[in-house]
Design a protein around this ligand. Structure first.
Ligand code: PLP
Length: 392
């Protein structure tokens, strides 16, 4: 008998596309990877000396465990949010090793085994896995293309699992790049409060808006009728995924908010995951963040512009409108499925794109293009695809 729990997948075999990528790489094929999501591998210019100098702090030689995370580091997180126009309360912040870990803590806080969390579709594919690791079910609700990938709150009830404990929102959503709007936020608060559901809002890409829009809100902004958890981390905010620092901000009706914080502190005390050097360096990394963010945004704009320019008038392909993030969505002609497109671009042009099924789109055929790769690679990949992007 298999001794392993169903929290890990039945099969760990890579899918067809990943297998083919491995084979082509092994054979030395000149692949260009337009799925690259790791900013530290994208040839960006980081203030490397300052990043490393921040780690050189004698306070890191002593161990002072604190479940919420060092106050000075929490103050730096709150100050960052304040600079972005969103008020975060230092005492309502909890630090974790990453946003992904923060999800695990929230599932432990809110769910009994086999309870459900409502997850948006299409969206970040890790939710199913994170929920399963905590013995929780990820149940999808749709984001509607006709609402610019917003939530149709009027029909949300229909999708709600009887054992749902929380609704997850991604602001802006990955990969559709659409932000939560003020009226949508108010209605979601009312919806959740009325049903005793918590809201978990992932804002890792919040700072990467491509243009201003006064209708947009951060979940740090009121109203907070429902228990509300805002998640983010240095992985995207400062383009430093290797440093492993995430956070949760808790808001909501006072009694719920303070009990949630106490219980989260109890959970965090069992792990104490953030290392002292990272806690002491955090404030100085936040000082570097505007520079890192502008170099990422400059990259994103340049590649997005190149992508749009690669589609001449009359092209059967289109770039979907979006508001921010690190990804563009391409809609391909439906003569092939997403998987066939993925394989064909790989086999015939040595260009790797992410088929939309990875994010669980309701219809075909979408391909996600990372806007992070260095522009030389990005433009070379578009050049290779120029024949198929042209009108017939
Ligand atoms: C929407 C979203 N949330 C969370 C994460 C993971 O963040 P972290 O590195 O802090 O775990 C990602 C990573 O791509 C993401 O796209």
């Amino acid at each position: 008998m298999n001794p392993f729990s169903s929290r890990t997948p039945t099969s760990l075999q890579p899918n067809r596309l990943s297998r083919r990528v491995e084979e082509l790489r092994a054979s030395g094929a000149p692949l260009i990877d337009l799925t690259l999501s790791n900013p530290t591998r994208a040839g960006l210019v980081y203030p490397t000396r300052e990043i490393l100098a921040a780690l050189d702090d004698p306070r890191s030689l002593s161990y002072e465990p604190s479940p919420k995370g060092l106050r000075e580091a929490r103050e730096a997180v709150a100050a960052w949010h304040a600079g972005q126009g969103a008020a975060a309360d230092v005492d309502s912040l909890m630090l974790s090793g990453s946003t992904s870990e923060a999800y695990g803590w929230l599932f432990k806080l809110l769910c009994e085994p086999d309870d459900a969390v409502m997850t948006p579709r299409p969206s970040y594919p890790l939710f199913e896995c994170l929920a399963r690791l905590d013995g929780v079910r990820a149940v999808e609700y749709p984001l509607l293309e006709e609402l610019q990938w917003g939530t149709d709150i009027a029909s949300l009830e229909r999708w709600l699992d009887p054992r749902a404990r929380a609704i997850i929102l991604v602001n802006p959503n990955n990969p559709t790049g659409t932000y939560l709007k003020r009226d949508e936020w108010t209605r979601l608060q009312e919806f959740a409060a009325l049903r005793g559901l918590a809201l978990i809002v992932d804002e890792v890409f919040f700072d990467y808006a491509w243009a201003a829009d006064p209708r947009r809100v951060s979940s740090l902004q009121t109203p907070h009728h429902a228990l509300t958890f805002t998640l983010s981390g240095l992985s995207k905010v400062a383009g430093l995924p290797q440093m492993k620092l995430g956070w949760i901000h808790v808001a909501g009706p006072e009694a719920l908010r303070s009990e949630a914080l106490e219980r989260l502190e109890w959970i965090a005390d069992s792990y104490l995951p953030v290392s002292a050097p990272v806690l002491h360096a955090a404030a100085r990394w936040f000082d570097l963040t505007p520079r890192i963010q502008s170099s990422i945004l400059e990259r994103v704009f340049r590649n997005r512009h190149a992508l749009q320019s690669a589609l001449p008038p009359g092209s059967p392909w289109r770039v979907l409108p979006a508001e921010g993030g690190w990804v563009a969505l391409l809609e391909a002609p439906r003569i092939h499925s997403e998987e066939e497109w993925g394989l064909s671009l790989l086999e015939n042009h040595y260009v790797l794109l992410q088929p939309g099924y990875f994010y669980d789109f309701e219809r075909e055929a979408f391909l996600a293009v990372s806007l992070l790769p260095n522009p030389g690679d990005f433009e070379a990949a578009l050049q290779r695809l120029s024949g198929i992007l042209r009108p017939d």
